[in-house]
Write a protein that binds this ligand. Structure first.
Ligand SMILES: [Zn+2]
Ligand SMILES: [Zn+2]
Length: 182
């Protein structure tokens, strides 16, 4: 996912890609570690605009993943579709025109800045990062998920157990599902 900045002419350059998790090392690690599965391709749409040596990239990523509910520890499917804006600026010493300082002040107030070198923008790491940031911090299979009984581990979405203790501690419940390797 490289873009040669010399390919960005006066108008906006549009690119789209369809990737899989194998194309992104950290996503592959997450899948191998059982943290998530990707159940559709990772579709990426980018618009790239060049302002002298400052390159602005706006994009959308869309995919579907299967992740674990933080309460009941069941896997569920969720749509992940972050939109993002990134500003790429040449690495120090790669601004032959010396125009960079003015440009940055104009455009990067609320944008994330990434360095590039050799006249090429590499988008894989940035796309991967944006996708990971879009994963829910507190994944829930549904708003009303009742979680697991902290006493017997029953999934209270499926059944009502006979325990008196109604307090749900998802961390404790999750521990019950851990297998210990010897
Ligand atoms: Zn749940
Ligand atoms: Zn119970």
């Amino acid at each position: 996912m490289f873009i040669d900045i010399d390919d960005i002419k006066e108008s906006v350059l549009s690119r789209s890609y369809s990737k899989t998790f194998n194309d992104f090392p950290v996503l592959e690690e997450m899948v191998n570690a059982g943290e998530c599965d990707f159940i559709s391709p990772i579709d990426i749409k980018l618009n790239v605009k060049r302002n002298i040596n400052v390159i602005e990239v706006t994009g959308n990523i869309e995919t579907k993943a299967r992740i674990q509910c933080g309460r009941c520890v069941e896997k569920y499917e969720t749509f992940i579709g972050p939109a993002f804006s990134l500003t790429f600026v040449p690495e120090e010493g790669e601004d032959p025109d010396g125009l960079l300082d003015d440009e940055i002040e104009l455009s990067t107030d609320d944008m994330q800045v990434v360095n590039f070198s050799g006249g090429m923008i590499e988008l894989k790491d940035s796309v991967q990062e944006q996708l990971i940031l879009a994963f829910p911090v507190k994944p829930l299979c549904r708003e009303s998920c009742k979680g697991l009984c902290s006493n017997c581990g029953a999934n209270l979405n499926d059944m009502k157990c006979d325990c008196e203790n109604e307090y749900i501690n998802p961390q404790f419940a999750a521990l019950k599902n851990l297998k210990i390797d010897k």
